[in-house]
Design a binder for this molecule. Structure first.
Ligand SMILES: *[C@@H]1O[C@H](CO)[C@@H](O)[C@H](O)[C@H]1NC(C)=O
Ligand SMILES: *[C@@H]1O[C@H](CO)[C@@H](O)[C@H](O)[C@H]1NC(C)=O
Ligand SMILES: *[C@@H]1O[C@H](CO)[C@@H](O)[C@H](O)[C@H]1NC(C)=O
Ligand SMILES: *[C@@H]1O[C@H](CO)[C@@H](O)[C@H](O)[C@H]1NC(C)=O
Ligand SMILES: *[C@@H]1O[C@H](CO)[C@@H](O)[C@H](O)[C@H]1NC(C)=O
Ligand SMILES: *[C@@H]1O[C@H](CO)[C@@H](O)[C@H](O)[C@H]1NC(C)=O
Ligand SMILES: *[C@@H]1O[C@H](CO)[C@@H](O)[C@H](O)[C@H]1NC(C)=O
Ligand SMILES: *[C@@H]1O[C@H](CO)[C@@H](O)[C@H](O)[C@H]1NC(C)=O
Ligand SMILES: *[C@@H]1O[C@H](CO)[C@@H](O)[C@H](O)[C@H]1NC(C)=O
Ligand SMILES: *[C@@H]1O[C@H](CO)[C@@H](O)[C@H](O)[C@H]1NC(C)=O
Length: 770
């Protein structure tokens, strides 16, 4: 985590907010304080009439005590409400019939790196992420993507409806009105927009009671997923080209659940409830809890809302979080969610340093350096400019107040960045204050991210390349240099790479489900932005209508956009079939034809990128799919320890004859029909796992054979060793037996099983955990 102190601060801040509402601190003054609680009551349309009455009864009980208590009522997609309650009231309601859980309204975060000053960057979506086999950009599909985020800037060119057909007649959503938004802001592309008022009134900013985006995040995410093609998009000329969403033919419905301070659980559940009845096909959520503070399943608004959406056939795609590279940091990891990690694309933003000896050193940054192109500016190493009051080490790293202004004035300052936790932006502050005219920051902490420094000539050099600069400074009494303004570099290699910030597996919810599921571009992504942004505008320029930012937030809409394309091509496919198609067609090789690596150069594992990097055309035609049905998810609820009574309250589709297996255990989770396999191998010599595949290829008669990549020391046997599909047998099952002569695994082991008929490759990664 070195160098990520800003991130840590961000996490702790969130933690405080989270505890602020959730910790029932035994302080007497607080006993009567009413907080917003969510009362979750399972399926809304259970066939059991007595369960439906429970909702009315519990709600009446609350309203009898205080008619203004109700904040939000959930009744379309599922049942429950959010209300202002005292701790005692909440505790007593938790025991009423039909109540699954009662929990304080949590605040979740956007999964962008936006909040880090040093993570404001750029790149561009263009063809590398657009499914190439889909329809013409002028045509339209009736697939509807719902985005839960900070809202929308409807005037952005990405949301033009030019060439689109009428709004699908099944659409039941609405375009909510506010002082700066009305029905004329919606069109045949942006077909719905809702917002959710803050129940606490904390946020008395008028600007929040509107679908209009005042942050930028929601606009960026929506345009990445389903934005129309816009030619000539760029960030002040960088990353220039045409910007287009993954599924430019799909429709967009926006649910504003977040503001600058975060995203309320009660609003998120409200949006799921609405989106389910509005008629969306795919939902995209670039937000979530912080790892370590992730609630359990029955008190996690995203997991609960997603469960009900998936039960209605809606695919839910979520970001994995930005808390990597530590393991077990992935969030949004319920098995019915498609969980997305981030990767880089083959575009980089270079701001190089030219030394007086006519040598150029590669730097990475986004700046509009006004310095001339020739190396004519004096340069000084931080430790040579030490202020009297500080240590050499502090000056070397340009910590606040460590530099002597007399020595720094008019010079480019070279600062080291080893393990000190100060961001490049903070060091810019120090250098500027001392009168420096530029900063060369030698650090590996920013990884693949090209940070935005505006007009200030600042760039980041790897520690390896930093040696060249330090040697040059040592070699002369009068070192000079310049910092070049940023240039866009294409065909950058290697790409993709999994950046350090992307959250990692294994899943802390269940190590018997492999998470994350997939990786997609999330570093330096160019997409639409709000039109009234006055921050960070370089001198003499108009605010950019595009922005370049990073995070798993940006990866998620690449996958939800792709999912919309797969659904457009295959409208009858289930949510799990689409998820399977995206996962089994992923690749594990980079543009050097070598295995995909992480930021630190290690070969990536499924804990970094799940099934691998998403592909666009292959997922439209996967050959076979793994369908995970509601029974699988119900079994999962049993296996994690919920009893049948609770399962029946949660789900609308529990068959009368369904019961939780007597010997429910987490090991059985490995058998739910998931497109990847995770097995707890502790204390076992052999484990038997089963799967069922469905032929969705154009040929009914076809035979598939397995190819196994096994880790050493483990034997993997697949039976049968041939799957012969016919017109009458479209679904076939197989077993995998993992056995090992090792008495215990030293570490988690990875491999894969790929079924192929010569045309399609259907790959499932597996992990055996120690
Ligand atoms: C309906 O739900 C109630 C409360 O959980 C339960 O007691 C009852 O057995 C259920 N009825 C049916 C037909 O499942
Ligand atoms: C796409 O464009 C091509 C050529 O412009 C045209 O022939 C084709 O019919 C179009 N397809 C759709 C689905 O509109
Ligand atoms: C919507 O707002 C625009 C601009 O504020 C205004 O011109 C238009 O008349 C409004 N339309 C409706 C239907 O209220
Ligand atoms: C693209 O944008 C640049 C700069 O904003 C402008 O000079 C150029 O004319 C534009 N090109 C097109 C085709 O619109
Ligand atoms: C990424 O994380 C690894 C492991 O924590 C660390 O060794 C490496 O320096 C980091 N790389 C970058 C580019 O931040
Ligand atoms: C610069 O010179 C000093 C003193 O001669 C030496 O200690 C240091 O290692 C040199 N640094 C580099 C990067 O060559
Ligand atoms: C099922 O679990 C709930 C919640 O833990 C508990 O209140 C209930 O008594 C359990 N029911 C049975 C039949 O065990
Ligand atoms: C439950 O009933 C359905 C048909 O109604 C049947 O297909 C299924 O096998 C039964 N399941 C069990 C566990 O008995
Ligand atoms: C794996 O299985 C062992 C033995 O059954 C059990 O003790 C352990 O808790 C399991 N690990 C996980 C992460 O579920
Ligand atoms: C593996 O499980 C399947 C299905 O439960 C069963 O048919 C098969 O015999 C098992 N194989 C072994 C070796 O246990």
């Amino acid at each position: 985590m070195k160098g990520n102190n800003t991130l840590l601060l961000h996490l702790f801040y969130t933690l405080l907010l989270f505890l602020g509402v959730s910790a029932g601190n035994g302080n007497n003054d607080d006993t009567n304080r009413k907080e917003v609680y969510i009362v979750y009551m399972g399926a809304a349309d259970s066939t059991n009439v007595s369960l439906r009455n429970d909702h009315a009864q519990v709600l009446n009980l609350v309203l009898r005590r205080n008619e203004n208590a109700l904040v939000r009522n959930y009744k379309h997609g599922f049942s429950g409400f959010a209300a202002r309650l005292s701790k005692e009231e909440a505790a007593s309601i938790a025991h009423k019939p039909g109540v699954v859980s009662v929990f304080p309204d949590p605040i979740l975060n956007l999964h962008t790196t936006r909040s880090w000053e040093f993570l404001k960057y750029q790149t561009h979506v263009k063809i590398d992420t657009k499914p190439n086999a889909v329809s013409n950009s002028s045509s339209s599909s009736d697939i509807i993507l719902g985005v839960l985020d900070t809202g929308i800037w409807p005037e952005a060119a990405s949301f033009s409806d030019e060439g689109m057909g009428p709004v699908p007649s099944r659409w039941k959503g609405t375009c909510m009105k506010s002082q700066d938004f009305n029905s004329s802001n919606c069109n045949r592309k942006l077909i719905g927009a809702r917002f959710y008022t803050d129940p606490t009134g904390n946020d008395d900013d008028e600007g929040d009671n509107t679908p209009r985006d005042s942050v930028g995040h929601g606009t960026h995410v929506a345009s990445t997923a389903v934005g129309a093609t816009v030619t000539n998009a760029s960030y002040y000329g960088l990353a220039a080209g045409s910007a287009t969403g993954g599924s430019s033919e799909s429709r967009l419905a926006v649910y504003r659940v977040c503001s600058n301070f975060g995203c309320r659980g009660s609003a998120i559940l409200g949006a799921f409830d609405d989106a389910i009845s509005d008629g969306v096909d795919v939902l995209s959520l670039s937000l979530g809890a912080s790892p370590g503070f992730q609630p359990d399943l029955t008190t996690d608004p995203i997991a609960l809302g997603a469960f009900h959406a998936v039960e209605r056939g809606i695919l839910v795609v979520c970001s994995a979080g930005n808390s990597g590279p530590s393991s077990s940091t992935v969030v949004n990891d319920a098995p019915w969610i498609l969980t997305v990690a981030a990767s880089t694309i083959d575009r980089d933003f270079q701001s190089d340093v030219v030394l007086g000896v006519d040598k150029t050193v590669k730097g990475r940054a986004i700046n509009f350096s006004p310095l001339s192109n020739s190396a004519e500016y004096p340069m000084i190493y931080g430790e040579s400019a030490k202020a009297a009051s500080t240590s050499l080490a502090e000056a070397r790293q340009c910590h606040p107040d460590s530099l002597d202004a007399n020595k720094v004035k008019g010079k480019i300052v070279v600062c080291d960045g080893k393990n000190d936790g100060y961001s490049t932006s903070e060091k810019i502050g120090t250098v500027k204050e001392a009168g420096g005219i530029g900063l060369v920051h030698i650090t590996d902490q920013n990884g693949a991210i090209a940070s935005y420094y505006g007009d200030f000539p600042a760039t980041v050099i790897s520690s390896k390349d930093g040696v060249t600069i330090l040697q040059y400074i040592n070699s002369t009494s009068n070192p000079v240099a310049t910092i070049l303004p940023t240039a866009t570099v294409l065909d950058y290699k290697p790409a993709p790479v999994v950046p350090n910030f992307s959250s990692r597996g294994p899943s802390s919810l269940s190590s018997n489900i492999l998470k994350p599921d997939i990786a997609a571009p999330g570093v330096n992504i160019l997409a639409a932005w709000i039109g009234n942004n006055a921050d960070d505008v370089p001198k003499g320029r108009k605010p950019s209508l595009y922005n370049i930012i990073s995070g798993t937030s940006m990866a998620c809409p690449h996958v939800s956009g792709l999912a919309s394309s797969v659904k457009t091509r295959n409208p009858t496919w289930s949510a799990s079939a689409i998820k399977s198609a995206i996962m089994t067609s992923a690749i594990q090789i980079n543009n050097l034809k070598a295995p995909i690596t992480t930021d630190s150069g290690r070969v990536a594992t499924p804990y970094d990128y799940g099934a691998g990097e998403m592909t666009t055309s292959e997922s439209l035609q996967p050959g076979l799919v793994y369908e995970t049905n509601t029974i699988d998810y119900l079994n999962y609820l049993c296996y994690i320890g919920l009893n049948i009574t609770t399962v029946k309250v949660i789900s609308r589709t529990v068959p009368a004859n369904f019961s939780c297996p007597k010997d429910s255990s987490s090991d059985l989770i490995s058998n739910i029909n998931y497109p990847s396999i995770a097995v707890n191998f502790t204390g076992k010599a052999a484990v038997n796992v089963s799967r069922t595949v469905t032929n969705v290829g154009e040929e009914d008669e076809t035979a598939y054979s397995p190819v196994v990549e096994a880790p050493s020391g483990v034997k993997v046997t697949v039976t049968p060793d041939k799957l012969q599909f016919t017109k009458s047998s479209k679904k076939l099952g197989y077993q995998v037996i993992f056995s090992s002569t090792l008495t215990s695994l030293k570490e988690d082991l990875f491999g894969s099983i790929t079924w192929s008929n010569g045309k399609y490759m259907v790959r499932s990664p597996f992990v055996l955990t120690k």
